[in-house]
Design a protein around this ligand. Structure first.
Ligand code: NAD
Length: 499
C-alpha cells in the first residue's frame, strides 16, 4: 500500500516535494504510519518566500473589509469541518476527540477575531497639533511573515498566526511541526476554499534546516515561533541578528497555589484536568501544585483521583487523555520520573508501567503524582510535558509566591482560594504573565493577548488580541497641512509654540 505523501502548499497549489528526506507521521497510540512528511529542499523554501513576496504587492492593496470577508468564510468553513479536522488531529496527535475539538475551536476563535480586522487596524488622529496642522497614524502590513509551530496544538497555534497576519495584509509562510503536519495542511486547504488568493499562504515542511533558512532569508520580515525554550532562544537570537521582528512563545512550568480555604473537590477536579489533560502536553498545563498549610490534607484524595484516570485511544469515550506524541517523548518523561524517585521525591502514584492492552505499541504514560518535591530536583527544574503532577508544601502564601517568582518560567499560574484578599495579593505580586483565580488554565480569549513572561516568552508583542495586530504591522505617522493661500515669506527657523 502506498503511504500518503503530505504536500507542500507552494505557489498556489498543493504539490509533492522533490525532497528525498522524509519522515513518517505516526498515530502515537498504534504506531501506524498515517503519512510521510517531506523536508522541503532549499529551493522549495526559496520558492515559497518568493511567491509570498510577489503576492504581497497585490494583497496589501485589497481593502480591509474584503480581507475580513475571506476570514468570515474561513470561520464558517472551519466550523462546518470542525469534527473532520478534529478527527485528523486526534489521529496524528493521539488527543481524545473532545480535546481535539477544543484544539480546533480555540483556533476558530482567533479567526473570528481576525474578521474584525477593519476596526483592529484603525489609526489615531489629533487635529490641530499646530495651527492648521493635523497628525494621524495608520497601520500598514509588513510583508512576508513566517510561522514555526509545535506539535502540541496543530490547529490552534497555526491559527494564532496566519489568519491574523494575512488579515493585516501580509503574506505568510507556515512551517508546521513535522510530527503532525496533516492538520495544518487541512487548515490550508480550507483557507484556499474560503477564497484566499493564490500565494498569500505557503506551507513548507521540515525541521531545523528549513527553519534556519527562513530565519536568515532577506525577504522575510517577521517570525512567530512557538516551541521549546532552547529552540526559542536559538530562533530569537538568529532572527533578531538577521534584523527580523521576532516573537517566541516557549516552554513553561506552571504552578497552582492551593489555599487551605479552597473547596477540596473543586481543587482536585481542576488539578487533574489541568495536569493530565492532553497527557500534560499543554504549555499552560499545571505541573506543580503548591499546597499552603493545611491544604496538604488534599494529598490522599488527589492520589485516589489519579488512580481513577486512564489513558486511551482518541475515540475511547472513557479515556481521560491519549498517548504522548512519540516514543522519544515517552522515554524522556520516563527518565525524568526515574530521576524524581532517585532524587528523593515520593512517587504517590507511578504511571511509568501502565499498559493499554488493546494498543500495546502506544506511547502510554499513566498519571503520575509526586509529593515532597524540592526546587532543586530535576523534575522541578525541567519542563516534563507529560501527565505528571508535582506537589510542594509551603507554610504561607508569601512563601508560595516567592517560590513561583524564583522560577525562570512565567507562562501561567493560578490560585484556588475563597479569599478575595489572598487572590488580590497573588494577582498583584506574581511575576507570571497569565493568572487564573479559581481557573486552572487561564488562556485568554483572542480579544486579549496570550501574554507569557520571563523564559516563556522572548520578544515584545504577544500573540493575537491588539498586540498580535501590532506585531504583524508597522505604524506610519503623518503630519499634514493644507494651504489655502500662497506663502507670504519663508521661515527657516524651527518654530516652537510657547503658549
Ligand atoms: P520544538 O521546539 O521541538 O519544535 C517547535 C518547532 O521548532 C517545530 O516546528 C520544529 O520543527 C522546530 N525546531 C525543532 N528544533 C529546531 C532547531 N534546532 N532549530 C530550528 N527549528 C527547530 O517544540 P515541540 O516539542 O514541537 O513543542 C512542545 C514545546 O512547545 C513545549 O516546550 C511547550 O511548552 C512549548 N509550547 C509553548 C507554548 C506557549 O505559548 N508558550 C505553546 C505551545 C507549546
Amino acid at each position: 500500500m502506498t503511504v500518503r505523501q503530505i504536500p507542500l502548499l507552494l505557489e498556489g497549489s498543493f504539490q509533492n516535494s522533490s525532497s528525498t528526506v522524509r519522515q513518517p507521521v505516526r498515530n502515537p497510540a498504534t504506531q501506524a504510519v498515517l503519512a510521510e512528511v517531506p523536508f522541503a529542499t532549499a529551493a522549495e523554501v526559496d520558492r515559497a518566500v518568493a511567491a509570498a513576496k510577489e503576492a504581497f504587492q497585490s494583497w496589501r492593496e485589497v481593502p480591509a473589509p474584503a480581507r475580513a470577508r475571506i476570514m468570515l468564510t474561513y470561520q464558517h468553513l472551519l466550523k462546518k469541518h470542525h469534527d473532520e479536522i478534529a478527527e485528523i488531529l486526534a489521529q496524528e496527535t493521539g488527543k481524545t476527540f473532545a480535546d481535539a475539538k477544543g484544539d480546533v475551536w480555540r483556533g476558530i476563535e482567533v479567526v473570528e477575531h481576525a474578521c474584525n480586522i477593519s476596526s483592529l487596524m484603525m489609526g489615531e488622529t489629533v487635529e490641530n497639533v499646530a495651527g492648521g496642522i493635523d497628525t494621524y497614524s495608520m497601520i500598514q502590513p509588513l510583508g512576508v511573515c513566517v510561522g514555526i509551530t509545535p506539535f502540541n496544538f496543530p490547529a490552534m497555534i497555526p491559527l494564532w498566526m496566519f489568519p491574523l497576519a494575512i488579515a493585516c495584509g501580509n503574506t505568510f509562510v507556515l512551517k508546521p511541526s513535522e510530527q503532525d503536519p496533516m492538520t495544518p495542511i487541512r487548515l490550508a486547504e480550507l483557507f484556499l476554499e474560503a477564497g484566499a488568493p493564490k500565494n498569500v499562504l505557503q506551507v513548507v515542511h521540515g525541521g531545523q534546516d528549513q527553519v534556519n533558512q527562513l530565519l536568515k532569508h532577506p525577504d522575510v520580515h517577521a517570525i512567530s515561533f512557538v516551541g521549546s525554550a532552547p529552540v526559542a532562544e536559538h530562533i530569537y537570537k538568529t532572527g533578531t541578528q538577521h534584523l527580523k521582528r521576532v516573537q517566541c512563545f516557549a516552554g513553561a512550568k506552571n504552578h497552582m497555589i492551593v489555599m487551605p480555604d479552597a473547596q477540596p473537590q473543586q481543587v482536585i477536579n481542576n488539578l487533574i484536568g489541568a495536569s493530565c489533560g492532553a497527557a500534560g502536553q499543554r504549555c499552560m498545563a499545571i505541573s506543580v501544585a503548591v499546597l499552603v498549610g493545611e491544604a496538604k490534607n488534599l494529598i490522599p484524595g488527589l492520589a485516589e483521583s489519579f488512580k481513577s484516570l486512564r489513558p486511551g485511544i482518541w475515540n475511547d469515550a472513557g479515556a481521560a487523555y491519549g498517548p504522548v506524541i512519540s516514543a522519544r517523548a515517552k522515554a524522556r518523561i520516563l527518565d525524568l520520573i526515574r530521576q524524581g524517585k532517585e532524587e528523593g521525591a515520593k512517587c504517590e502514584f507511578d504511571g511509568s508501567l501502565i499498559t493499554v492492552p488493546e494498543y500495546p505499541e502506544g506511547n502510554w504514560i499513566g498519571p503520575t503524582l509526586f509529593t515532597g518535591v524540592k526546587p532543586d530536583m530535576t523534575i522541578y527544574r525541567e519542563e516534563i510535558f507529560g501527565p505528571v503532577l508535582l506537589t510542594i508544601e509551603v507554610d504561607t502564601l508569601e512563601e508560595g509566591i516567592a517560590l513561583i517568582n524564583a522560577n525562570p518560567y512565567g507562562n501561567g499560574c493560578s490560585i484556588f482560594t475563597a479569599s478575595g484578599a489572598a487572590a488580590r495579593k497573588f494577582q498583584h505580586e506574581i511575576e507570571v504573565g497569565q493568572v487564573g483565580i479559581n481557573v486552572p488554565i487561564p488562556v485568554p480569549l483572542p480579544f486579549f493577548s496570550f501574554t507569557g513572561w520571563k523564559k516563556s516568552f522572548l520578544g515584545d508583542l504577544h500573540a493575537y488580541g491588539k498586540q498580535g495586530v501590532r506585531f504583524y504591522t508597522e505604524t506610519k505617522t503623518i503630519t499634514a497641512r493644507w494651504f489655502d493661500e500662497d506663502i507670504a515669506h519663508a521661515a527657516p527657523n524651527m518654530t516652537i509654540q510657547l503658549k
